[in-house]
Design a protein around this ligand. Sequence first.
Ligand code: SF4
Length: 221
Amino acid sequence: MGRRRGTRCRGRVRGSYSHDSDVAEDVLSATDIKHWFYCPRIVYFERAMNARADLGSQQEEALRVHERLSGLERRRIGALGRPDLAGAEKEFGVALGSRGLGLRGVVDCVLRLGGEIVPLEYKAMPSQGGRAWPDHKYQLTAYALLIEENYGSTVRRGLIFYEGDGAAIEIRITPMMKAYLRRTIRRIREALVRGEPPPIRVPESKCSGGCGFKWICRPAR
Ligand code: SF4
């Protein structure tokens, strides 16, 4: 739990919602999904308590990394230098919404090659020893659901590039992961309606408070 949080750019809006600020309060974001899988209390603090994370310079740094990596990717032919994605069309900062799912998100890069659509996400941190972090997998799954609804195309894989160790990781996005995420979205909403803080998942000694909510979380334990 010592990881730092990232941020993301805003971009063109597609789908059911016209702009982030127009979205109804009970619409969850792909970032909420990531936070829930990292630590459900973050979602509780942000959504139920309207508390602000104390992130210092982390957000600015993460934004700088996103902009730099997006800039590199714009100039590159294909994606991440992968032969299987040579010639892919790229769209950056794609904002998507789904009224049915009550979900929204901004995909760093949407890759299109032939009939396939692949979301690509940049992270300003190292991978988990060459593997994707579980919360990032489900953030990518959230993008897959949004892409499927907005583009009418099944998403079977996604990519995460970890700037910290240069790992470009492909994630297979299975029907089981999508079904699990749909159930999780319902559970998050139910938890927010109940208004009770979710239980702590990790021992205090392993939680560095990198989420930015140490100031409110620790005294509440
Ligand atoms: S301080 Fe630790 S336990 Fe509390 S919300 Fe943040 S990550 Fe979760």
